[in-house]
Design a protein. Sequence first.
Length: 533
Amino acid sequence: MAINLASKYSDQIAEVFTRASFIKGKTAETYDLTGVKTLKVYTPITVEEVDYDRDGGLKRYGDVTEMQDVVQELTMTQDKAFTLTIDKGNNLDQNLVKNAADMLRLQLNEKSTPAADKYAFKRFVTMAGSIVESAKPTKANIISKIADASQALDDALVPDDNRYLYLTSEMYKLVCTSDEFAGVDVLARQSIAKGVCGEVFGMNVVRVPKSYLPEDVYVAVGSTIELYNDEVVWSGLRSGYACNWDCQVGENLEDRFSITGKEEQVGDYSLTLTVFDYNVNELMTLKSTLHVVERLEGEYSIMNMGDSLSDGREWYRTIYHLSGEQITFTGTRGWTRYSHEGRSGFSAQDYLEPTEYSSDGVSEGVQPFYDPVQEMFDWKYYKLYTGKDPDVIQIFLGTNGLKDDPSDTVNAIAQMVDNIRRHDKEIPIYLVNTIYWGDQETIGKMVKQDGTAFLPGEFKNRSDRRIMDLMKAMAKKFGHMKGVTLIPLGLMHNSDANFDQGDALHPDDAGYEQFAEVMYSVYCGTLPQQLPR
């Protein structure tokens, strides 16, 4: 029985590791370092040929030399480990084997395989046979750059078989939309355009999508939150992938995960998203903890600073009523219970500078966070100047100033957070991820009052990528910062449907309802621990 179980267990390990890895099966597996730290590989050196000399005596074949070789040392630098125990008395013998296998599968998929892939990619990039530094590829030149890489392999006499080209989804999209794409052979072009692993210049294309799923997702009792597949996983071209959500509660729908919090469900649940390619091969697994939480008790005042998405919008009023009139908003603009610091057109950088704001053609002066004496954003100055002293600060910025590189926005928000912390060390700070834009038709048709294009030269795939990159950069910068909580609104607003007619940036009533339920759920799950009432 033990032999059979071991054999079955081994097969399961191999199957799981192969499916979850981008690298496994695409690199040589000739050498094995099991039991040793360093492995020496000898490569004989060939000699030049000479003309045969019949009268040359012992040298008729040329000068006799001892065969030379090159020694390559392969040293293991990564020696990872993990340990888990399952008490034998807690399970029957049959269940023990199943639980151990399931746990090992999770460990490999979530920890071991991603770590191995990341390390391999890093070594590929830093130790490749030919490293060429250049500007970021564009749609106009990416095919030429790939051709240069193929030529480098050809010149090095690398075998034609089993060549692999790894591309991020951003670069993959450039290939598919490239001006030079028509020059790729017909079969490869058809294969790639379907979103599958095709070929470019004899190299198999492996597309690696971008993704973001926060560690914690909150839904309050009575509220509904939804996570949209195309917003959690960005692939440039919205085809070639399938998403599968797995959780004890909620609904795994065609394009999203949806859950309405219920009293009997209050608790924590494992939430897993598995992404498959067109052939149902597993590409990646994302994990989160879903918290179904009780409604908020206690009164809180929140100051929200932002752009047009928080400039007097309906979601303030909705949160006020969702909370049973316990959450109010404060600021120098708007109505008493729903006042705010939202300013249409403002970017994060505008709040660091003496930016003047006008509403309906009437100037409101320089925004109130700028201290003219210190010539900087200053939270203490704002409180003294305005008389506002909220319990909570929320920063909702990112739509304006959206760029390929999100660092300007992230750094500007970081300056605000650092300054606030210097003066208010314990005040909770919430950072809201901005939302994806509407469809391309609407983006292209939006016009200003003078009839000129509102978003000239913009297109959805690029803005989607920028928003994904901004969310990931925000998570990296603030995700584990004490007293700072990210609200993943960008993943939970229906950007396919919930926008005002003819507007690709500002939601309709259904969209602002989603805003309110997402924000309120996060407040319910986190505020009581930070500010007990």
